[in-house]
Every structure is written in structure tokens, then in C-alpha cells.
Design a protein around this ligand. Structure first.
Ligand code: AMP
Length: 216
């Protein structure tokens, strides 16, 4: 199964992708996670991406396209994948289309997770992320078992620099202007399934499952 997960920052893509990957035996490819790992390890890619990320701006298309081209070659993706946070612009979507054609692959669907913007600021400011594995929590709706500590690996939970008020507003603006047009782009290709992203995490997941079971 090959999927794209589209939706604004804070919609819950990462959290839902975790369950999807377990149940459908596919791999989550999050461009944000890959970039953060590169920053942590001080790579050239990480250094190039840093200032854009901290300001809540998009990293330039060509950098992201080159990165995803390498990622898509990885053998662990044979069973399928869910792209989380990519594509984020029309040129990225077009580049992805070309890459998939070259590889003889087709997308099953684009899941569009819909959450109103008033809810997103509240969700993002309450988000905490594990420094070690990148798993995210919500302080109220999805808290860790022990304050400040990741359930999975005991890593320290921190607030991402771009999960603070000013960068959040910028990220939401960037989403409206640059990423939202992709909903129309994929709808026109008959490749979009809309999911209501409001409600309990497991209720949202059961709606996702209903859609995905059509593509098994
Ligand atoms: P995320 O974890 O998906 O919210 O991504 C965090 C940040 O990484 C974004 O605000 C961008 O600066 C950068 N980023 C992640 N994915 C992309 C992408 N597909 N295109 C451009 N920038 C990206």
C-alpha cells in the first residue's frame, strides 16, 4: 500500500501514521522527522534546513525532492509506505509523480485529515516530542505515562522550536498558501479520501481504517 498523508501541522498525521504502519505493515516516511534527525547529527542537509524550519518556513523544494528520491530507494519500503509531510507544494507533488512513474509505482490514495485551524494552535502548543525517537504526545489528550518522559524509550520530551506561537502561525499560513492547493490537485486526479480529524484518536483511526480496507 502506498499512501500520502495530507493535512495541516497538528492534525495528527504522525500519531495516526504510527497505527496505520503497524496494522498494514508499511513504513512511515516523515520528511520533518528525517530533517530533524539530520539536524541532530549535524549533517550538511540538517544545516541547510535549520533556519527555514525554525522560522516555520518550507525548506526549498529541490532539497526536499533530492532527499525523498534517496529515501524511496530504500529496501524496507517494498511493502509500501505512507508519506507524512510530503509533498507540501505543487512542484513537490509533480516531482513525486515523475519519481513514481520512473519506479513503476502507483499511489493507492491520499488521506486528507481535516481539522479547523482554531483547534490546531491549541494542539501544537501542547505538543511534546521525544528527543530520541520523535514520537509526539499531547499534554492533555495523549499524555505520556510519566511527565516529560517518552513511553517507548524513556527519552526526554521537549517542545519543538517550531511548536511555539510565532512559528506555528507562520506554519499555518504556509499550509494555507502552499500545501492546501494539493487537496484540489489530488482530488482532480480522483486520489483523495477526506477524513474528519476531530474527535478521539481511536475514533479517527477507525474512520481511516474503513477507508484503507478498500485498498488492501
Ligand atoms: P513537520 O514535522 O512535518 O511539521 O515539518 C517540520 C518542518 O520541516 C516544516 O515546517 C518545514 O520547515 C520542514 N519540512 C518538512 N517537510 C517538508 C517538505 N515536504 N517541504 C518543505 N519543508 C518541509
Amino acid at each position: 500500500m502506498r499512501l500520502i498523508f495530507l493535512g495541516p501541522p497538528g492534525a495528527g498525521k504522525g500519531t495516526q501514521a504510527e497505527s496505520i504502519c503497524k496494522d498494514y505493515n508499511i513504513v512511515q516516511l516523515s520528511t520533518g522527522d528525517i530533517l530533524r534527525a539530520n539536524r541532530k547529527h549535524g549533517t550538511e542537509l540538517g544545516r541547510k534546513a535549520q533556519s527555514f524550519m525554525d522560522a516555520g518556513e518550507l525548506v526549498p523544494d529541490q532539497i526536499i525532492i533530492d532527499m525523498i528520491k534517496e529515501e524511496l530507494k530504500k529496501p524496507e519500503l517494498v511493502n509500501g509506505y505512507i508519506l507524512d509531510g510530503f509533498p507540501r507544494t505543487v512542484p513537490q507533488a509533480e516531482a513525486l509523480g515523475n519519481l513514481l512513474t520512473d519506479m513503476g509505482q502507483k499511489l493507492d490514495t491520499v488521506l486528507v485529515l481535516e481539522v479547523p485551524s482554531e483547534e490546531l494552535v491549541q494542539r501544537l502548543t501542547a505538543r511534546r516530542t521525544c528527543r530520541t525517537c520523535g514520537k509526539s504526545y499531547h499534554l492533555i489528550y495523549n499524555p505520556p505515562k510519566k511527565d516529560g518522559v517518552c513511553d517507548l524509550d524513556g527519552g526526554e520530551l521537549y517542545q519543538r522550536d517550531d511548536d511555539k506561537e510565532e512559528p506555528i502561525r507562520n506554519r499555518l499560513k504556509v499550509y494555507e498558501n502552499q500545501t492546501k492547493p494539493l487537496i484540489e490537485y489530488y482530488t482532480a486526479k480522483n486520489l483523495a479520501d477526506n477524513i474528519n480529524g476531530l474527535g478521539k484518536i481511536d475514533e479517527i483511526y477507525s474512520n481511516i481504517k474503513q477507508v484503507l480496507d478498500r485498498y488492501k
